[in-house]
Design a protein around this ligand. Sequence first.
Ligand code: TMP
Length: 208
Amino acid sequence: MKNGTFITFEGPDGAGKTTIISMIAEHLKNVLVTREPGGIDIAEQIRKVILAKENTAMDPRTEALLYAAARRQHLIERVKPALEEGKVVLCDRFVDSSLAYQGYARGLGIEEVLTINQFAIEQMMPNLTIYFDIEPELGLMRINRNKEREINRLDLETLEFHQRVREGYHILLECFPERIMKVDASGAIQDVFQTVLKLIEEKVQPSL
Ligand code: TMP
């Protein structure tokens, strides 16, 4: 578990995380790209339940527990073995998503959601988290422009919800200043990419 580097990418929907992650992956050796919720079969099945548009009756605590369950399975089956092999793991979303979306935006409480996630992740926290900061209006506009992207249950939330998600991330930046690095994601892709690459190379270089 101790050899690899675990890097997670966070931010509101439409911040451009997925695009930047694939650009970063081309620049690094010995890398695994994965995502939450999902990444492996059991977690992809849980993802379908969480994000299905028809599941409007889902209770916020059920939602938080399902994300934590998917996270556990993905961590054990995919992330942990890759870290043990010394890989750089680039993971699109991790525990901070639950803290911002369920803990803060849904109002369950950041502490409470952290507690159920501690049971799921057993101290396996990322070495570095890149937070993509963007106005929710701009993020949602980007999502709507991308016709190939699936529209999920979370996308159907109000603008106010997405604003709270952003506020939640800003609180997390203050709680974890050593681990979470903020990047302005509103600019051109190439600029965002260069900034993110620099932050990652500072962490990963010695083990390449
Ligand atoms: P994605 O579109 O980035 O794949 O993520 C799916 C949605 O799930 C996105 O709106 C963020 C949300 N989400 C949470 O609410 N809590 C979580 O713990 C995770 C991982 C994602």
